[in-house]
Write a protein that binds this ligand. Sequence first.
Ligand code: ATP
Ligand code: MG
Length: 637
Amino acid sequence: MTTPGDVLAGLNDDQRHAAEAVRGPVCILAGAGSGKTTTIVRRIAHQVASGAFGAGEILAVTFTDKAAGEMRGRLAALGIEGVRARTFHSAALAQVRALSDEPPGQILPSKGVALRQIANTLPKPYRFRPAADLAAEIEWAKNRRITPERYEAALAGHEPPIPADLMVNVYRRYERGKSDRGLVDFEDLLERAIVMFQTDDDARERFAARYRAFTVDEYQDVNLLQETLLRAWLGERDDLCVVGDDYQSIYGFTGASPEYLLDMPARIARTKVVRLEANYRSTPQVLELANRLVPSLGGARKVLRATRGDGPEPVLRMFSSDADEAAWLVERVRALHDDGVAYEDVAVLYRVNFRSEDYEQAFADAGIPFQVRDGAFLTRQTARRMLTALARSDATDVAALVRRLAERAGWVEEPPDGLGEQELTRQNDLGRFVRLAEEFDDGTRTGADFARDVEARFGTGEDARGVNLLTLHRAKGLEFEAVFLPRVEEGELPFRRAKSPDAIAEERRLLYVGITRAKTHVALSWVADGRRKGSRFVGELRPAGDGAAARRDPVAAPVAGGPVLDALKAWRRARAGDDGVPAYVVFHDATLAAIAARRPRDLADLASVSGVGPAKLQRYGDEVLGVVTRAADGDER
Ligand code: ATP
Ligand code: MG
């Protein structure tokens, strides 16, 4: 039998305080890695273990199926079974199924297909507007509970992808087509549940008798539609616990707003507000980097306070080509692996889904296992269609064949500006097939051979293990020993479509989410080649201060190679190996770079380099001076 003491063991005072408040409204407003998710899981366990609620009376809501599964797993580990942990959508679906006389209807598999047909009938210039943009616009409206009737009046400053009068028409026809076929989309499901609770007394009472306590994780990302459903669940009751971090709100584009989180104390009487200040996830070095974004994040100011010991300095690094960046990334991952970091504990985070392909290819070529969380190249419809078309082909002009197929699917060599993310992904996938086919084509092998080759190279099994490749959005709530953030560039992060100040601010929060996923190692990189350049956010990550401070600062320290630095690194690798410690324990990258820049001639000179304390001077001083002298001599010859 699980006792209340068991489920609270190991929590700090603030966390315990929140977990002990099993009744009434609780709002946990705290920064990344402070144990918010940990605390609500313990609080739920405590609600059960203390007898305040039965496990079956508790409904916990998170934003992804994976997070819901994780929560059930963690509760089970605490000996608690039977708590419902769901997403808003799956909860709404289950409720309509269980409580409504009317069946919910089949779920529309994709808005895009339905909208493509409608878009084809639009006047010429708008006919080719990607269906994904129209779908995004319809979601924009539905998440705000804006019906076609109210759409035009509700636009305010919002700009639709096609003229508003046409958009209304598309929206109306989309809704009509759907209901004619007895289908519902995801937003309809929530709307159906809301209307059921508002109009069906019997359903409302049965629900109220069944569920009595509610918890929402990542509450900063709730939108009006979800919030309305949550309020319908609660009715007049106030057994609600929410947790969130306004710095991590990254779903504004779907209508989500952190205001629901920040306003809760004003909205619900007697709300107990809990702030968690200690960060248990990351080293002080990672947190210092993340904290540099705080002045521009706005909102309720929170600075993350470290509890962990020192780790290596973050890396900020520029490259002159994608190939160089990818090669470096692969090398770093290999080195971390040699240092004992499991591949599964490494993540590469990127802004848009289709970037996964670049890293899929780089890791596949290097023989490093990887897993793509959602949206792997081969799981997307574009790739599946292409592979199906190729599966039986015995044609040997593979390059020409694939080009024809791609063009038939609408591929254009130079996609126009301003495409939505989904269409950009599709264009990119088709382009990748064309390039892969050109590389593959040797005039003897067939289209079917090509399809098999692509599958072998990019396929990942069900129980995939290895380096995690995922989008910044998907990374929310997760943590990894090492995090790589490539392509921190203008046009990518912030993404090119983010133009308004609000949109830019959301992109900055995405970067913040990315950095705060890291426990120990974090590296940001970008390509600058005249056309592309580092993100404006990189500038914000560099500390203010005088030149000398900037020179001492790891972030601003020279990162370029050079024979002295290369020699120092080789020495460090050997020395770390001899001592059986990770390389950064010998010297941080930044210290090594500072030594290389200074080229000290004696111990006093070496001691003046920041990061070289008396202990290090004594332990490594003579060796370092020897390495520097030899390498510098070689350099001058
Ligand atoms: P995010 O904002 O990213 O969702 P979070 O606030 O939900 O983060 P958690 O994921 O719950 O944070 O916790 C971060 C890490 O800190 C986890 O590895 C967790 O096990 C650890 N942790 C949380 N509380 C404590 C504690 N009291 N003592 C030690 N470790 C803790
Ligand atoms: Mg969390």
